[in-house]
Ligand binder design. Structure first.
Ligand SMILES: Cc1ncc(COP(=O)(O)O)c(C=O)c1O
Length: 413
């Protein structure tokens, strides 16, 4: 069953979200609209309000004492949480079928805070060499400074991953699918490997989203997202999330209390609103990307297409097994040189040139001059970031219009 069907079909959530009333044992569209939110909200408002406050007051000193003794579940101060933020977190947990979630001001903040909460000086950390470049940069610049040992392994190279384990390996950081080649990682393998090594597995599931991949069901307990992307879907905010086991999320939440990165109430509310259309948007991203990948695959000006929904992709079989859909990113290599590729990119009229992904507008990017511009050419070559590589972040427009624009650009290149 594809995620397209699942959006319609009833679905058992793998664990109860904190709010039983709002936990989603229903379809993913229903979960997007209602998940995580109580049926009756403040002042009988239909939508969850924005609690635009930094401070909450107590009736009297006895209430303060009860709160300190953890006898009262209530709000105290904005850095420790906010009702709008909490509703968003519970919706994210419900969508992922996980126990809990914690919201951050950006995806990088989610990733860096989670890593800082887990690692100590002298620990060893393994990550994929083509992981998101700022994840790599953070590990090298910050964790390296504090004596954390790092190993970089080619994504999907299970033997290299096994051989890179050390007695002090504390964390394995993985992304699935990867960007821009959409390589899919075997989640059962990663979970077992981490378990056997006594290490934590952190999975950046941004590109898949809970619509296409449910890492919690595979045993992943630290699932990270840049909510800036598909979860919000409108390219109008930055946010990040850690979703997973209650114990793991609580560990990071406690660590973050004195750290100070806080999503503001309005940002939380915008994400909550964006999530209402999450399932319906994702179904269209998937459909459009598959349509475009198939169009590119047969185009005479295209040398190679990278899309896990195509049988020609090296991870197609694995993707079929562990994903409900193949996502909204498509990369391809033009049958031409770098100049011709830039000419193609510049000739597009509907696709907009820009970084990022996951929004309703279709974006085109040339990885060699956008995200990898500061890599030495030989490093780009090694990672497969060739000058003729194009990345498409497919939006939710009519696929025929998107294809017509691509076709015109390819003929001009
Ligand atoms: C896979 C992945 N993870 C994490 C991030 C960081 O997220 P943010 O930009 O929300 O900080 C990005 C951003 O592009 C990303 O692509």
């Amino acid at each position: 069953m594809t995620r397209d069907d699942q959006a319609e079909a009833p679905r058992q959530s793998s664990s109860a979200a904190a709010d039983e009333e709002a936990s989603c044992a229903r379809g993913l569209s229903t979960c997007s609209v209602h998940g995580g939110e109580p049926r009756v909200k403040s002042e009988a408002s239909l939508t969850t309000p924005i609690f635009q406050t930094s401070t909450y007051t107590f009736q009297d000193s006895a209430e303060v004492v009860a709160y300190n003794a953890k006898e009262l579940d209530r709000w105290e101060y904005g850095r420790y949480g906010n009702p709008t933020q909490r509703a968003t977190e519970l919706k994210l947990a419900a969508l992922e079928g996980a126990e809990d979630a914690f919201l951050f001001p950006s995806g990088m903040n989610a990733l860096t805070s989670t890593l800082l909460a887990i690692v100590e000086a002298g620990d060893h950390l393994i990550l994929a060499e083509d992981c998101y470049k700022n994840t790599r940069r953070f590990c090298e610049l910050v964790l390296g400074k504090f004596g954390v040992e790092l190993s970089f392994v080619r994504a999907g190279d299970q033997r290299a991953l096994r051989e890179s384990l050390r007695p002090n390996t504390k964390v394995i950081v993985a992304e699935s699918p990867t960007n821009p080649h959409l390589r899919v990682q075997d989640l059962y393998f990663l979970v077992e490997l981490a378990r056997g090594a006594g290490a934590e597995l952190l999975l950046d599931s941004t590109l898949a989203t809970p619509f296409n991949q449910r890492p919690y069901d595979f045993g992943v307990r630290y699932i990270l997202h840049s909510a800036t992307k598909y979860l919000n879907g409108h390219q109008d905010l930055m946010a990040g999330a850690l979703i997973g086991g209650a114990e793991q999320v609580e560990r990071v939440r406690n660590f973050c209390r004195p750290i100070g990165g806080v999503p503001d109430p309005h940002q939380s509310w915008l994400l909550l609103r964006g999530l209402k259309t999450f399932a319906i948007r994702m179904a269209q991203h998937n459909r459009n990307a598959q349509y475009i990948a198939e169009f590119l695959h047969q185009h005479p000006r295209v040398a190679r297409v990278w899309y896990p929904g195509l049988p020609s992709h090296p991870d197609h079989e694995l993707a079929k097994q562990q994903m409900g859909g193949f996502g909204g990113l498509v990369s391809f290599e033009l049958d031409g040189d770098g100049q011709q590729t830039l000419k193609f990119v510049d000739s597009l009229r509907l696709w907009l040139l820009g970084p990022s992904l996951g929004g309703v507008e279709s974006l085109v990017s040339h990885p060699a001059t956008v995200s990898y511009y500061d890599f030495p050419p030989e490093e780009r070559e090694r990672l497969g970031i060739y000058d003729n590589l194009v990345r498409l972040a497919v939006g939710i427009e009519d696929p025929q219009d998107l294809v017509a624009d691509l076709d015109r650009g390819l003929c001009l290149a």
